[in-house]
Design a protein around this ligand. Structure first.
Ligand code: G3P
Ligand code: CA
Length: 375
């Protein structure tokens, strides 16, 4: 370096003095994550530890917490009588015994049921049937959880305090849900300022600045979330298809003649680089601190979509001052690929594996923790 070049410290203070701190941070996602109190890289337990226990149930969320995941991820819906609860699908058939308990209403959307009716459903036995190798008698009869109950779980351990990573799912079905979410988080003390000492502790994400992250695929919902909770970090989820990034080809999976969904999506690309960049612009303009892009998985399968974590995409997103949290990965080969490409966090069904990959292994095995939890 030439002798006349200003030393690094001087450069930094000049940048700060000139109001360029943001520019410096843009070049460094680690600095952005640190400012927001979001672990870097972040372990986001997708519907809880849902590889090892029935998704979105107490078993899955308690296990994710006890393994040491940073965030409990959930898809937020609202019951007929106005209770916020967690469920991914837009009906109850796959993950409950609705067909036995409410045969005439089995195809109805979840929001056609009161919370008392939803609580009558068995949200665990399907897992034992679908995954006999991971089945446990204690999973039978597990219940759909309210947001309150998931908050109780997040707060319920003295050793691990995960944050909450909450998606407004199909928000057009639930007008006002962004406001109700804010009221609930406020009532439960999850919007109050963080203790700075706790925020620095790896085990205290749920008590630090980044204790809640809000996520949505829906730009309008993002806008509403930002209006309701401007101080809370928000992520715009991305995929290639209807309502999100416009694809290069207008042929849909349904019309493609392709039988393998992952193979179809692996070929999907944004219409052009400008279309990808437009969506990064939307995320930023509507208050997001990051994006949640889809990924193409090495082995394909149900969770494999278009590859939106190519190195240039992550670099561009970082250059715009945003983080990248990729969904949904369970295998080390995929962890490596996306981390090498530059992402800042991963949604996973297998928190135990991802924590191991990040060299933050849990203190006990999945089986030990499930047994200790009574499952
Ligand atoms: O929320 C991130 C990821 O969960 C998006 O996919 O369909 O599992 O909610 P989905
Ligand atoms: Ca989700």
């Amino acid at each position: 370096m030439p002798a006349t070049f200003p030393p690094r410290a001087l450069m930094l203070s000049l940048m700060l003095g000139c109001g360029l701190a943001q520019a410096a941070e843009q070049a460094d996602p680690n600095a952005l994550a640190a400012r927001l109190g979001i672990p870097q890289p972040a372990v986001i337990a997708h519907r809880g530890a849902s590889f090892d226990a029935p998704e979105s149930t107490a078993a899955a969320y308690r296990l994710a917490r006890d393994l040491g995941a940073d965030y409990l991820e959930l898809d937020l819906q609202r019951s007929k009588d106005g209770v916020l609860f967690a469920l991914h699908d837009n009906n109850l058939l796959r993950t409950t015994d609705v067909a036995q308990k409410f045969p005439e209403r089995k195809d109805s959307p979840p929001n056609a049921f009161t919370m008392a009716e939803l609580k009558r459903l068995d949200a665990g036995s399907w897992f034992n049937q679908a995954h006999p190798d991971r089945a446990r008698p204690g999973f039978a009869g597990l219940k759909i959880l309210t947001l309150d109950e998931i908050i109780d779980i997040a707060q319920g351990s003295t050793q691990h305090k995960p944050g909450l990573y909450i998606e407004t799912k199909e928000p057009q079905l639930f007008p006002g849900i962004e406001h109700e979410l804010k009221e609930k988080l406020q009532d439960r003390g999850w919007l109050s300022p963080a203790g700075s000492k706790l925020a620095k502790s790896e085990l205290a994400v749920g008590q630090g600045k980044g204790k809640v992250v809000l996520q949505t695929f829906d730009r309008h919902s993002l806008e509403l979330l930002h209006k309701e909770m401007p101080q809370v970090p928000k992520v715009l989820l991305l995929w290639v298809g209807a309502g999100s990034i416009e694809p290069a080809s207008s042929v849909t999976f349904a019309n493609s003649g392709e039988t393998d969904k992952a193979a179809f999506y692996a070929k999907q690309q944004p219409k052009d680089p400008g279309e990808f960049k437009r969506w990064i612009g939307y995320a930023k303009a509507q208050g997001a601190i990051g994006t949640g892009p889809s990924t193409a998985l090495a082995a394909g399968g149900e969770q494999s979509y278009a590859d939106l974590v190519q190195p240039w995409m992550n670099q561009y997103t970082h250059d715009q001052g945003l983080l990248v949290h990729a969904y949904t990965l369970d295998e080390p080969v995929d962890f490596k690929k996306v981390m090498d490409a530059g992402v800042d966090g991963i949604f996973t069904n297998r928190s135990a594996e991802l924590l191991k990959y990040f060299k933050r292994p849990a203190n006990a095995s999945v089986a030990q923790l499930l047994e200790a939890g009574g499952y």
